[in-house]
Design a protein around this ligand. Sequence first.
Ligand code: FAD
Length: 417
Amino acid sequence: MNTQNDIYDLAVIGAGPAGMMAAWRASECGARVVILEKNASPGIKLLMTGKERCNITNAETDARMFTEVFGKNGKFLVSAFNRFGVEDTLDFFHENNVKTKTERGNRVFPESDRARDVQEVFLRLIKENGVELRTDCVVKKIVCSDGGIEKILLHKGEVRAANYLICTGGLSYPRTGSTGEGYKWAKEMGHTIIEPKPALTPVLVKEKWVKDLEGLSLKNVNVSVYQKNKKKDGRFGEALFTFNGLSGPVVLDMSKSIGKLLSGGQIELVIDFKPALDPGVLEKRILRDLEENKNRAIKNVLACLLPKKLIPVVLRLSKIDPDKKAHSITKEERKNLRTLLKGFRLSVKGLLGFNKAIVTTGGINLREIDPRTMRSKIIKNLYFAGEVLDLDGPTGGYNLQVCWSTGYLAGESAAEK
Ligand SMILES: Cc1cc2nc3c(=O)[nH]c(=O)nc-3n(C[C@H](O)[C@H](O)[C@H](O)COP(=O)(O)OP(=O)(O)OC[C@H]3O[C@@H](n4cnc5c(N)ncnc54)[C@H](O)[C@@H]3O)c2cc1C
Protein backbone atom coordinates (compact mmCIF):
# COMPACT_ATOMS: atom_id res chain seq x y z
CA MET A 1 0.00 0.00 0.00
CA ASN A 2 1.34 3.41 -0.95
CA THR A 3 1.49 6.13 1.64
CA GLN A 4 0.10 9.57 0.98
CA ASN A 5 3.57 10.99 0.48
CA ASP A 6 4.45 8.62 -2.35
CA ILE A 7 5.03 10.14 -5.74
CA TYR A 8 3.05 8.49 -8.50
CA ASP A 9 3.68 8.69 -12.22
CA LEU A 10 0.05 9.64 -12.72
CA ALA A 11 -2.81 10.78 -10.50
CA VAL A 12 -6.23 10.49 -12.18
CA ILE A 13 -9.06 12.52 -10.66
CA GLY A 14 -12.45 10.90 -11.23
CA ALA A 15 -13.23 7.22 -11.72
CA GLY A 16 -15.87 7.50 -14.43
CA PRO A 17 -15.48 5.80 -17.80
CA ALA A 18 -12.77 8.23 -18.98
CA GLY A 19 -10.77 8.06 -15.75
CA MET A 20 -10.94 4.27 -15.48
CA MET A 21 -9.93 3.76 -19.10
CA ALA A 22 -7.04 6.21 -18.68
CA ALA A 23 -5.83 4.68 -15.41
CA TRP A 24 -5.84 1.20 -16.91
CA ARG A 25 -4.04 2.28 -20.09
CA ALA A 26 -1.40 4.23 -18.17
CA SER A 27 -0.76 1.22 -15.95
CA GLU A 28 -0.49 -1.00 -19.05
CA CYS A 29 2.24 1.35 -20.23
CA GLY A 30 4.12 0.75 -17.00
CA ALA A 31 3.07 3.82 -14.98
CA ARG A 32 2.42 3.79 -11.28
CA VAL A 33 -1.11 5.16 -11.10
CA VAL A 34 -3.50 6.34 -8.43
CA ILE A 35 -7.14 7.08 -9.20
CA LEU A 36 -9.09 9.31 -6.83
CA GLU A 37 -12.86 9.06 -6.66
CA LYS A 38 -15.15 10.95 -4.32
CA ASN A 39 -17.94 8.35 -4.44
CA ALA A 40 -17.88 5.11 -2.50
CA SER A 41 -17.52 3.21 -5.77
CA PRO A 42 -16.36 4.06 -9.30
CA GLY A 43 -18.53 4.53 -12.37
CA ILE A 44 -21.82 5.49 -10.68
CA LYS A 45 -23.03 7.28 -13.81
CA LEU A 46 -21.73 4.50 -16.04
CA LEU A 47 -24.06 2.09 -14.23
CA MET A 48 -27.03 4.29 -15.23
CA THR A 49 -26.14 4.52 -18.90
CA GLY A 50 -28.50 3.23 -21.56
CA LYS A 51 -31.19 2.61 -18.92
CA GLU A 52 -28.65 0.45 -17.07
CA ARG A 53 -27.86 -1.48 -20.27
CA CYS A 54 -24.94 0.80 -21.28
CA ASN A 55 -24.88 1.88 -24.89
CA ILE A 56 -21.09 1.35 -25.08
CA THR A 57 -20.48 2.87 -28.48
CA ASN A 58 -21.94 3.36 -31.93
CA ALA A 59 -20.98 0.98 -34.71
CA GLU A 60 -21.08 3.76 -37.32
CA THR A 61 -18.36 2.65 -39.73
CA ASP A 62 -17.89 5.94 -41.59
CA ALA A 63 -15.16 7.67 -39.58
CA ARG A 64 -16.05 11.08 -41.02
CA MET A 65 -19.68 10.73 -39.99
CA PHE A 66 -18.55 9.68 -36.54
CA THR A 67 -16.64 12.90 -35.96
CA GLU A 68 -19.25 15.08 -37.70
CA VAL A 69 -21.90 14.24 -35.10
CA PHE A 70 -19.84 16.27 -32.62
CA GLY A 71 -20.27 19.41 -34.73
CA LYS A 72 -17.39 21.80 -35.25
CA ASN A 73 -15.44 20.34 -32.32
CA GLY A 74 -15.46 16.87 -33.86
CA LYS A 75 -12.15 17.36 -35.63
CA PHE A 76 -10.44 17.58 -32.24
CA LEU A 77 -11.28 13.88 -31.83
CA VAL A 78 -9.56 12.62 -34.99
CA SER A 79 -6.28 11.66 -33.23
CA ALA A 80 -8.05 10.04 -30.30
CA PHE A 81 -10.33 8.04 -32.62
CA ASN A 82 -7.34 7.02 -34.76
CA ARG A 83 -5.50 5.83 -31.69
CA PHE A 84 -8.45 4.05 -30.07
CA GLY A 85 -11.60 4.03 -32.17
CA VAL A 86 -14.82 2.04 -32.32
CA GLU A 87 -13.14 -1.16 -33.59
CA ASP A 88 -10.56 -0.97 -30.80
CA THR A 89 -13.30 -0.39 -28.25
CA LEU A 90 -15.23 -3.43 -29.44
CA ASP A 91 -12.04 -5.56 -29.45
CA PHE A 92 -11.25 -4.31 -25.95
CA PHE A 93 -14.62 -5.37 -24.55
CA HIS A 94 -14.68 -8.67 -26.45
CA GLU A 95 -11.18 -9.52 -25.16
CA ASN A 96 -12.47 -8.80 -21.69
CA ASN A 97 -15.40 -11.20 -22.08
CA VAL A 98 -18.10 -8.61 -22.70
CA LYS A 99 -19.91 -9.86 -25.78
CA THR A 100 -21.81 -7.14 -27.59
CA LYS A 101 -24.88 -6.76 -29.78
CA THR A 102 -25.82 -3.99 -32.17
CA GLU A 103 -29.33 -2.54 -32.11
CA ARG A 104 -31.27 0.05 -34.09
CA GLY A 105 -29.21 3.08 -35.09
CA ASN A 106 -25.95 1.10 -34.68
CA ARG A 107 -26.20 1.32 -30.90
CA VAL A 108 -23.88 -1.24 -29.30
CA PHE A 109 -24.82 -2.82 -25.96
CA PRO A 110 -23.41 -5.68 -23.88
CA GLU A 111 -25.19 -8.87 -24.90
CA SER A 112 -26.09 -9.27 -21.21
CA ASP A 113 -27.88 -5.85 -21.17
CA ARG A 114 -25.95 -5.10 -17.98
CA ALA A 115 -23.99 -1.87 -17.55
CA ARG A 116 -22.49 -3.50 -14.48
CA ASP A 117 -20.54 -5.90 -16.73
CA VAL A 118 -18.79 -2.88 -18.26
CA GLN A 119 -17.95 -1.44 -14.86
CA GLU A 120 -16.66 -4.81 -13.66
CA VAL A 121 -14.18 -5.03 -16.56
CA PHE A 122 -12.50 -1.87 -15.33
CA LEU A 123 -12.58 -2.84 -11.67
CA ARG A 124 -10.83 -6.11 -12.55
CA LEU A 125 -8.28 -4.55 -14.93
CA ILE A 126 -7.41 -1.78 -12.50
CA LYS A 127 -6.87 -4.30 -9.73
CA GLU A 128 -4.86 -6.70 -11.89
CA ASN A 129 -2.58 -3.88 -13.03
CA GLY A 130 -1.93 -2.61 -9.54
CA VAL A 131 -3.65 0.77 -9.97
CA GLU A 132 -4.36 2.22 -6.55
CA LEU A 133 -8.06 3.07 -6.39
CA ARG A 134 -9.00 5.45 -3.59
CA THR A 135 -12.75 5.82 -3.14
CA ASP A 136 -14.55 8.21 -0.77
CA CYS A 137 -11.67 10.48 -1.67
CA VAL A 138 -12.63 14.08 -2.47
CA VAL A 139 -10.07 16.19 -4.32
CA LYS A 140 -10.38 19.68 -2.87
CA LYS A 141 -7.69 21.75 -4.51
CA ILE A 142 -4.89 21.65 -7.08
CA VAL A 143 -1.67 23.42 -6.12
CA CYS A 144 0.56 24.75 -8.92
CA SER A 145 4.08 26.10 -9.08
CA ASP A 146 6.45 26.88 -11.98
CA GLY A 147 3.81 26.31 -14.66
CA GLY A 148 3.03 22.83 -13.41
CA ILE A 149 0.97 21.05 -10.77
CA GLU A 150 2.89 20.45 -7.58
CA LYS A 151 0.30 18.42 -5.66
CA ILE A 152 -3.37 17.90 -5.08
CA LEU A 153 -5.06 18.40 -1.76
CA LEU A 154 -7.64 15.87 -0.64
CA HIS A 155 -10.28 16.18 2.06
CA LYS A 156 -7.58 14.46 4.12
CA GLY A 157 -3.94 14.55 3.03
CA GLU A 158 -2.43 15.18 -0.37
CA VAL A 159 -1.16 13.36 -3.46
CA ARG A 160 1.90 14.10 -5.56
CA ALA A 161 2.49 12.73 -9.03
CA ALA A 162 4.58 13.46 -12.11
CA ASN A 163 1.43 13.97 -14.17
CA TYR A 164 -2.22 14.68 -13.40
CA LEU A 165 -5.33 13.85 -15.36
CA ILE A 166 -8.69 15.53 -14.77
CA CYS A 167 -11.64 13.25 -15.62
CA THR A 168 -14.30 14.80 -13.40
CA GLY A 169 -17.04 14.80 -16.05
CA GLY A 170 -19.54 17.61 -16.61
CA LEU A 171 -22.47 18.91 -14.58
CA SER A 172 -25.27 16.58 -15.62
CA TYR A 173 -26.86 14.28 -13.05
CA PRO A 174 -24.85 15.93 -10.24
CA ARG A 175 -26.01 13.30 -7.77
CA THR A 176 -23.64 10.86 -9.52
CA GLY A 177 -20.67 12.98 -8.43
CA SER A 178 -20.28 15.12 -11.56
CA THR A 179 -20.47 18.54 -9.94
CA GLY A 180 -18.10 20.54 -12.10
CA GLU A 181 -14.98 20.84 -9.93
CA GLY A 182 -12.82 20.11 -12.98
CA TYR A 183 -13.99 23.35 -14.60
CA LYS A 184 -13.21 25.35 -11.48
CA TRP A 185 -9.67 23.99 -11.13
CA ALA A 186 -8.95 24.37 -14.85
CA LYS A 187 -10.09 28.00 -14.71
CA GLU A 188 -7.89 28.69 -11.70
CA MET A 189 -4.96 27.26 -13.67
CA GLY A 190 -5.58 29.61 -16.61
CA HIS A 191 -7.84 27.55 -18.89
CA THR A 192 -10.93 29.08 -20.43
CA ILE A 193 -14.23 27.30 -19.98
CA ILE A 194 -16.92 27.32 -22.63
CA GLU A 195 -20.05 27.91 -20.56
CA PRO A 196 -21.43 24.50 -19.54
CA LYS A 197 -25.11 23.97 -20.38
CA PRO A 198 -27.41 20.96 -20.13
CA ALA A 199 -27.65 18.90 -23.33
CA LEU A 200 -29.61 15.83 -24.40
CA THR A 201 -32.32 16.92 -22.06
CA PRO A 202 -36.07 16.16 -21.96
CA VAL A 203 -38.53 18.81 -23.14
CA LEU A 204 -41.27 20.27 -20.94
CA VAL A 205 -44.62 21.00 -22.58
CA LYS A 206 -47.53 23.24 -21.61
CA GLU A 207 -50.29 20.64 -22.06
CA LYS A 208 -51.08 19.29 -18.59
CA TRP A 209 -52.86 16.21 -19.98
CA VAL A 210 -49.53 14.89 -21.19
CA LYS A 211 -49.23 13.20 -17.79
CA ASP A 212 -51.92 10.74 -18.95
CA LEU A 213 -49.39 9.49 -21.49
CA GLU A 214 -46.46 9.15 -19.09
CA GLY A 215 -44.30 6.13 -19.91
CA LEU A 216 -45.69 5.67 -23.42
CA SER A 217 -42.82 4.87 -25.76
CA LEU A 218 -43.35 5.54 -29.46
CA LYS A 219 -41.29 3.73 -32.07
CA ASN A 220 -40.87 4.82 -35.69
CA VAL A 221 -42.42 8.27 -35.35
CA ASN A 222 -41.41 11.59 -36.87
CA VAL A 223 -41.02 14.46 -34.44
CA SER A 224 -40.62 17.97 -35.89
CA VAL A 225 -39.84 21.30 -34.27
CA TYR A 226 -41.78 24.32 -35.51
CA GLN A 227 -41.46 27.99 -34.71
CA LYS A 228 -43.58 30.69 -36.38
CA ASN A 229 -44.95 27.98 -38.72
CA LYS A 230 -41.48 27.15 -39.99
CA LYS A 231 -39.94 23.72 -39.55
CA LYS A 232 -36.65 24.12 -37.69
CA ASP A 233 -35.65 20.51 -37.02
CA GLY A 234 -37.04 17.02 -37.36
CA ARG A 235 -36.04 13.42 -36.62
CA PHE A 236 -37.36 9.91 -37.14
CA GLY A 237 -37.12 7.28 -34.41
CA GLU A 238 -38.12 6.73 -30.83
CA ALA A 239 -39.81 9.20 -28.44
CA LEU A 240 -41.09 8.80 -24.90
CA PHE A 241 -43.85 10.66 -23.05
CA THR A 242 -42.88 11.78 -19.55
CA PHE A 243 -44.96 13.19 -16.70
CA ASN A 244 -44.54 16.71 -18.04
CA GLY A 245 -43.31 16.42 -21.59
CA LEU A 246 -41.33 14.39 -24.06
CA SER A 247 -38.04 12.54 -23.96
CA GLY A 248 -36.51 9.59 -25.84
CA PRO A 249 -33.66 9.64 -28.39
CA VAL A 250 -35.25 11.85 -31.09
CA VAL A 251 -36.33 14.50 -28.58
CA LEU A 252 -33.06 14.43 -26.62
CA ASP A 253 -31.10 14.80 -29.85
CA MET A 254 -33.15 17.89 -30.81
CA SER A 255 -32.96 19.48 -27.36
CA LYS A 256 -29.88 21.47 -28.33
CA SER A 257 -31.62 23.13 -31.27
CA ILE A 258 -34.77 23.63 -29.19
CA GLY A 259 -32.65 25.33 -26.51
CA LYS A 260 -31.31 27.78 -29.09
CA LEU A 261 -34.85 28.61 -30.30
CA LEU A 262 -36.35 29.20 -26.86
CA SER A 263 -35.80 32.95 -26.81
CA GLY A 264 -37.25 33.39 -30.33
CA GLY A 265 -40.93 32.71 -29.60
CA GLN A 266 -43.30 29.80 -29.10
CA ILE A 267 -41.99 26.42 -30.23
CA GLU A 268 -44.20 23.48 -31.14
CA LEU A 269 -43.35 19.80 -31.31
CA VAL A 270 -45.35 18.02 -33.97
CA ILE A 271 -45.53 14.23 -33.89
CA ASP A 272 -46.42 12.21 -36.95
CA PHE A 273 -47.51 8.85 -35.54
CA LYS A 274 -47.80 7.34 -39.01
CA PRO A 275 -44.88 8.64 -41.08
CA ALA A 276 -45.00 5.65 -43.42
CA LEU A 277 -48.57 6.50 -44.52
CA ASP A 278 -49.27 9.64 -46.49
CA PRO A 279 -52.59 11.40 -45.65
CA GLY A 280 -54.44 9.74 -48.56
CA VAL A 281 -53.31 6.25 -47.60
CA LEU A 282 -54.08 6.93 -43.94
CA GLU A 283 -57.61 8.07 -44.86
CA LYS A 284 -58.16 4.81 -46.76
CA ARG A 285 -56.80 2.84 -43.81
CA ILE A 286 -59.15 4.61 -41.36
CA LEU A 287 -62.12 4.09 -43.70
CA ARG A 288 -61.28 0.39 -44.00
CA ASP A 289 -61.00 -0.04 -40.22
CA LEU A 290 -64.32 1.75 -39.67
CA GLU A 291 -66.00 -0.30 -42.36
CA GLU A 292 -64.71 -3.62 -41.01
CA ASN A 293 -65.78 -2.73 -37.45
CA LYS A 294 -69.04 -0.89 -38.15
CA ASN A 295 -70.81 -1.78 -34.93
CA ARG A 296 -67.92 -1.39 -32.53
CA ALA A 297 -67.18 1.68 -30.46
CA ILE A 298 -64.51 3.91 -32.04
CA LYS A 299 -62.29 3.55 -28.93
CA ASN A 300 -61.99 -0.17 -29.71
CA VAL A 301 -61.55 0.26 -33.45
CA LEU A 302 -58.54 2.53 -33.00
CA ALA A 303 -56.65 -0.18 -31.14
CA CYS A 304 -55.32 -1.52 -34.45
CA LEU A 305 -53.93 1.92 -35.33
CA LEU A 306 -52.66 3.38 -32.06
CA PRO A 307 -51.19 2.35 -28.68
CA LYS A 308 -53.93 1.86 -26.07
CA LYS A 309 -52.78 4.75 -23.88
CA LEU A 310 -53.01 7.22 -26.73
CA ILE A 311 -56.58 6.42 -27.79
CA PRO A 312 -58.53 8.40 -25.13
CA VAL A 313 -56.28 11.43 -25.63
CA VAL A 314 -56.58 11.35 -29.41
CA LEU A 315 -60.35 10.94 -29.23
CA ARG A 316 -60.68 13.80 -26.75
CA LEU A 317 -58.59 16.10 -28.94
CA SER A 318 -60.53 15.08 -32.06
CA LYS A 319 -63.77 15.78 -30.17
CA ILE A 320 -65.11 12.26 -30.81
CA ASP A 321 -67.21 10.43 -28.23
CA PRO A 322 -65.17 7.28 -27.44
CA ASP A 323 -68.34 5.16 -27.33
CA LYS A 324 -69.62 6.35 -30.68
CA LYS A 325 -70.13 3.47 -33.11
CA ALA A 326 -67.72 3.32 -36.05
CA HIS A 327 -70.55 3.56 -38.62
CA SER A 328 -71.65 6.97 -37.33
CA ILE A 329 -68.25 8.68 -37.40
CA THR A 330 -68.66 11.75 -39.60
CA LYS A 331 -66.38 12.94 -42.39
CA GLU A 332 -65.39 15.90 -40.21
CA GLU A 333 -64.48 13.62 -37.30
CA ARG A 334 -62.43 11.41 -39.62
CA LYS A 335 -60.58 14.47 -40.84
CA ASN A 336 -59.84 15.56 -37.26
CA LEU A 337 -58.53 12.12 -36.49
CA ARG A 338 -56.31 12.00 -39.56
CA THR A 339 -54.95 15.48 -38.90
CA LEU A 340 -54.07 14.52 -35.36
CA LEU A 341 -52.40 11.25 -36.30
CA LYS A 342 -50.16 13.07 -38.78
CA GLY A 343 -49.67 16.21 -36.68
CA PHE A 344 -50.06 15.80 -32.92
CA ARG A 345 -49.03 19.20 -31.55
CA LEU A 346 -47.46 20.05 -28.21
CA SER A 347 -46.32 23.51 -27.06
CA VAL A 348 -42.82 23.67 -25.60
CA LYS A 349 -42.54 25.27 -22.17
CA GLY A 350 -38.81 24.75 -21.74
CA LEU A 351 -36.06 22.22 -21.20
CA LEU A 352 -35.18 20.33 -18.07
CA GLY A 353 -31.88 21.27 -16.44
CA PHE A 354 -28.69 19.50 -15.38
CA ASN A 355 -30.56 17.14 -13.07
CA LYS A 356 -32.05 15.40 -16.09
CA ALA A 357 -29.55 16.21 -18.84
CA ILE A 358 -27.70 13.21 -20.24
CA VAL A 359 -24.58 15.27 -21.00
CA THR A 360 -23.11 18.73 -20.62
CA THR A 361 -22.35 20.88 -23.62
CA GLY A 362 -19.42 23.24 -23.12
CA GLY A 363 -16.39 22.64 -20.93
CA ILE A 364 -12.61 22.97 -21.20
CA ASN A 365 -11.76 24.97 -24.32
CA LEU A 366 -10.30 22.50 -26.83
CA ARG A 367 -7.93 25.11 -28.25
CA GLU A 368 -5.95 24.85 -25.06
CA ILE A 369 -5.44 21.08 -25.30
CA ASP A 370 -3.15 19.14 -27.63
CA PRO A 371 -5.46 16.68 -29.45
CA ARG A 372 -2.55 14.26 -30.07
CA THR A 373 -1.94 13.75 -26.35
CA MET A 374 -4.84 15.38 -24.42
CA ARG A 375 -2.22 17.45 -22.65
CA SER A 376 -2.88 20.99 -21.48
CA LYS A 377 -1.06 23.66 -23.48
CA ILE A 378 -1.05 25.82 -20.34
CA ILE A 379 0.02 23.52 -17.50
CA LYS A 380 2.88 21.21 -18.44
CA ASN A 381 1.93 18.11 -16.41
CA LEU A 382 -1.85 18.31 -16.79
CA TYR A 383 -4.11 16.20 -19.04
CA PHE A 384 -7.89 16.04 -19.57
CA ALA A 385 -10.26 13.33 -20.82
CA GLY A 386 -13.99 12.64 -21.08
CA GLU A 387 -16.99 14.86 -20.64
CA VAL A 388 -15.08 17.64 -18.87
CA LEU A 389 -13.90 18.61 -22.38
CA ASP A 390 -16.00 20.85 -24.62
CA LEU A 391 -17.38 17.84 -26.49
CA ASP A 392 -20.88 16.41 -26.65
CA GLY A 393 -22.49 14.12 -29.16
CA PRO A 394 -26.01 12.82 -29.79
CA THR A 395 -27.50 9.77 -28.11
CA GLY A 396 -26.38 6.42 -29.48
CA GLY A 397 -23.12 5.60 -27.66
CA TYR A 398 -21.12 8.55 -29.01
CA ASN A 399 -20.50 10.17 -25.63
CA LEU A 400 -19.04 7.06 -24.05
CA GLN A 401 -16.84 6.58 -27.12
CA VAL A 402 -15.37 10.02 -26.40
CA CYS A 403 -14.52 8.76 -22.90
CA TRP A 404 -12.92 5.53 -24.13
CA SER A 405 -10.90 7.28 -26.87
CA THR A 406 -9.75 10.38 -24.99
CA GLY A 407 -9.19 8.32 -21.82
CA TYR A 408 -7.02 5.80 -23.64
CA LEU A 409 -4.97 8.49 -25.37
CA ALA A 410 -4.57 10.62 -22.25
CA GLY A 411 -3.61 7.56 -20.20
CA GLU A 412 -0.81 6.47 -22.48
CA SER A 413 0.45 10.02 -23.10
CA ALA A 414 0.52 10.82 -19.38
CA ALA A 415 2.30 7.54 -18.66
CA GLU A 416 5.36 8.62 -20.65
CA LYS A 417 8.23 9.29 -18.30
C1 FAD B 1 -28.86 8.75 -17.35
C2 FAD B 1 -27.68 8.77 -18.31
C3 FAD B 1 -27.60 7.82 -19.31
C4 FAD B 1 -26.53 7.84 -20.21
N1 FAD B 1 -26.45 6.87 -21.15
C5 FAD B 1 -25.41 6.88 -22.03
C6 FAD B 1 -25.26 5.81 -22.97
O1 FAD B 1 -25.98 4.81 -22.94
N2 FAD B 1 -24.24 5.92 -23.87
C7 FAD B 1 -23.38 6.99 -23.89
O2 FAD B 1 -22.51 7.05 -24.76
N3 FAD B 1 -23.46 7.97 -22.95
C8 FAD B 1 -24.44 7.92 -22.03
N4 FAD B 1 -24.51 8.89 -21.06
C9 FAD B 1 -23.42 9.89 -20.98
C10 FAD B 1 -22.19 9.28 -20.29
O3 FAD B 1 -22.61 8.57 -19.15
C11 FAD B 1 -21.19 10.37 -19.86
O4 FAD B 1 -20.84 11.10 -21.01
C12 FAD B 1 -19.96 9.74 -19.23
O5 FAD B 1 -20.30 9.08 -18.02
C13 FAD B 1 -18.88 10.78 -18.92
O6 FAD B 1 -17.79 10.09 -18.37
P1 FAD B 1 -16.63 10.84 -17.59
O7 FAD B 1 -15.70 9.76 -17.12
O8 FAD B 1 -16.09 11.93 -18.41
O9 FAD B 1 -17.36 11.52 -16.35
P2 FAD B 1 -18.34 10.93 -15.22
O10 FAD B 1 -18.96 9.66 -15.64
O11 FAD B 1 -19.22 12.05 -14.87
O12 FAD B 1 -17.35 10.60 -14.02
C14 FAD B 1 -16.67 11.64 -13.33
C15 FAD B 1 -16.22 11.08 -11.99
O13 FAD B 1 -15.42 12.05 -11.32
C16 FAD B 1 -15.73 12.03 -9.95
N5 FAD B 1 -15.38 13.33 -9.35
C17 FAD B 1 -15.89 14.53 -9.67
N6 FAD B 1 -15.34 15.50 -8.88
C18 FAD B 1 -14.47 14.86 -8.05
C19 FAD B 1 -13.63 15.31 -6.99
N7 FAD B 1 -13.58 16.57 -6.61
N8 FAD B 1 -12.87 14.38 -6.33
C20 FAD B 1 -12.92 13.08 -6.68
N9 FAD B 1 -13.72 12.60 -7.67
C21 FAD B 1 -14.48 13.48 -8.35
C22 FAD B 1 -17.24 11.79 -9.93
O14 FAD B 1 -17.69 11.32 -8.69
C23 FAD B 1 -17.40 10.78 -11.07
O15 FAD B 1 -17.32 9.45 -10.61
C24 FAD B 1 -25.54 8.86 -20.11
C25 FAD B 1 -25.62 9.80 -19.11
C26 FAD B 1 -26.68 9.77 -18.20
C27 FAD B 1 -26.74 10.79 -17.11
